[in-house]
Design a protein around this ligand. Structure first.
Ligand SMILES: Cc1cc2nc3c(=O)[nH]c(=O)nc-3n(C[C@H](O)[C@H](O)[C@H](O)COP(=O)(O)OP(=O)(O)OC[C@H]3O[C@@H](n4cnc5c(N)ncnc54)[C@H](O)[C@@H]3O)c2cc1C
Length: 505
């Protein structure tokens, strides 16, 4: 009998292009497991019910993938380290004495996850696979983009044709977990999780990629015409390499393909940053900004931001869309992050946590590193305080997004949607919208606060640079794994300015 190898799935919820599974089926009998660890479901996980439901759908789909191959996915409940130790300990509860090895794809854990992984990876018999475009060896990141590109271009891992049965039984069902943690998604229009819906979405996107450049920045269009693959990539229902290869080989050559490909590199870039410094979810990258606005907390302003009643329609629409659907596009994420940090003058961390908790695609590397970049906490990015009225005029000129999520403003003429507080009384009466009654006046003076924020950040600039350039490790943490320029499209506004300038204000 061949050796039984536990394959521990985490955020690699697929049988295709899966390094750990491919190796286990080469070396022995793969015994796939997923451990539902309470840390993900309680407050530590910062996961909304809709994201948990998306995960469950991915698990149900993965189970079907295994059943089609003749095996099954065992779902276990409990602390990951304990449950895995039991499986590998002869005679322990639930173990079959002949599980001697464990194969796992490394992923990019947060600091907490890293402690867990270090325990498991330290066991004799654990083998970890890190083939995902993330560089884990050495400290230099020179040539990073070439290594990432080599991963994207390399052959995918083979999917096994068939598998023996899995001797490890599940000890809970997804319904048990729903009941145990009281999971009830309240969000609307959340895409269905799993590889099958992910592949359908990829098929559709490949056919419509020409529409991507005009949709990516427009929040109302992005919901439909961006790829919306982020959550599938986050949970690994699709491998980023298969997405890259499908798009390179099947999508029409042009600006849409170039822009999209850049973003797949950005995905790796931000995950790389977290792999290099897992503390980035907790602390500002540049120590000069560690306490910025920590004492300035105003609970009323934060409540207005969270609930979408700041009096800035584009911010409010974005926050309500986030809470209602678990998705907003890149530009709206940047808008709400810079508004929170620069304009409301709040300490970044609770804001980034709030975004993280509501996003279906919440990825610790991308979310926290992006927030830090947007809020100027790294010390290398230009300061960009997104102007909500300008965003509305340029990216929602007909008010589709604002009217969808802030319906109390719907009757106002388009011209007044960016700054409803300036609507003449006669127009308010005619449209039946009373500002101050039906919709709030702005909670702060944007122009004054934006200009004060720029002054504040300018005052910190020299110290921030000094901190970076006097500490090689810090500089490495803040520096950017740039992609070669030839890849960037000349009119892709985000690629053009490379990663040092993510977004216009
Ligand atoms: C403050 C902030 C927080 C963010 N948090 C997350 C997060 O938790 N998870 C997440 O996946 N993305 C995050 N992003 C990046 C980006 O907004 C989303 O990836 C994108 O909106 C997802 O939609 P899509 O799949 O249709 O993307 P598309 O535009 O179709 O892009 C394709 C893929 O490229 C990657 N990508 C796109 N834009 C970026 C970017 N700016 N940085 C890194 N990767 C990118 C994603 O994997 C995405 O699925 C964040 C951005 C900001 C400013």
């Amino acid at each position: 009998m061949t050796e039984r190898i536990v394959v521990w799935h985490r955020d690699d919820l697929r049988t295709a292009d899966n390094a750990a599974l491919a190796a286990a089926s080469r070396d022995g009998t793969p015994c796939p497991v997923f451990v539902a660890d309470p840390a993900f479901y309680d407050e530590r996980g910062l996961a909304c019910d809709a994201r948990i439901e998306f995960l469950f759908e991915c698990l149900a789909d993965l189970r079907e993938q295994y059943r089609d191959l003749g095996s099954d996915l065992a779902i276990l409940h409990g602390h990951s380290v304990e449950r895995l130790r039991e499986l590998l300990t002869p005679g322990a509860r639930g173990s079959a004495t002949d599980h001697t090895r464990l194969y796992v794809n490394r992923g990019v854990p947060t600091a907490d996850g890293l402690a867990r992984d270090e325990t498991v990876l330290g066991w004799r018999g654990t083998e970890a696979f890190g083939e995902d475009g993330i560089v884990r060896e050495g400290r230099s990141r020179d040539g990073w983009s070439d290594q990432c590109e080599a991963y994207f271009e390399a052959d995918r891992h083979p999917t096994p044709d068939s598998l023996p049965t899995n001797p490890i039984p599940s000890d809970c069902t997804l319904d048990d977990l729903r009941a145990e943690y009281d999971i009830e998604s309240a969000k609307e229009r959340v895409p269905r999780g799993g590889r099958t819906p992910g592949l359908r979405r990829l098929d559709r996107f490949v056919d419509t990629i020409h529409e991507y450049p005009s949709a990516v920045s427009r929040p109302a269009k992005a919901e439909q015409h961006c790829s919306r693959l982020s959550a599938y990539l986050k949970f690994g229902a699709l491998s980023i390499r298969e997405v890259y290869q499908r798009v390179q080989s099947e999508a029409v050559d042009g600006r849409g393909r170039e822009m999209f490909t850049s973003r797949l590199f950005w995905n790796r870039h931000y995950r790389q940053k977290l792999a290099d410094w897992p503390e980035a979810t907790e602390r500002s990258i540049n120590p000069v900004f560690r306490s910025l606005h920590r004492q300035d907390h105003d609970p009323d302003l934060v409540a207005a931001w969270r609930e979408g009643r700041t009096g800035f329609p584009m911010v409010d629409a974005a926050m309500r869309a986030l809470v209602e659907t678990g998705f907003i596009n890149f530009r709206m994420r940047s808008l709400v992050a810079t508004f929170y940090s620069y304009v409301l003058r709040e300490w970044w961390k609770p804001g980034a946590d709030f975004l993280y908790s509501h996003l279906i695609d919440a990825d610790p590397g991308i979310n926290y590193e992006q927030w830090q970049a947007q809020a100027g906490l790294v010390g290398v990015h230009p300061i960009r305080v997104y102007n909500p009225a300008k965003q509305a005029r340029e990216y929602d000129a007909e008010g589709e997004f604002v009217r969808r999520y802030v319906p109390e403003l719907a009757p106002l003429p388009d011209d007044h949607l960016p700054r409803p507080e300036k609507t003449p009384l006669a127009v308010q009466q005619e449209s039946g919208v009373e500002i101050g009654e039906d919709y709030p006046y702005p909670v702060v003076d944007y122009e004054r606060r934006a200009s004060e924020a720029r002054e504040l950040m300018a005052r910190h600039h020299d110290r921030a640079q000094e901190a970076l350039y006097s500490d090689a490790e810090l500089l490495a943490r803040a520096s950017l794994s740039r992609r070669r320029r030839r890849e960037a499209s000349s009119d892709d506004e985000q690629s053009r300015s490379d990663q040092t300038s993510l977004g216009e204000f």
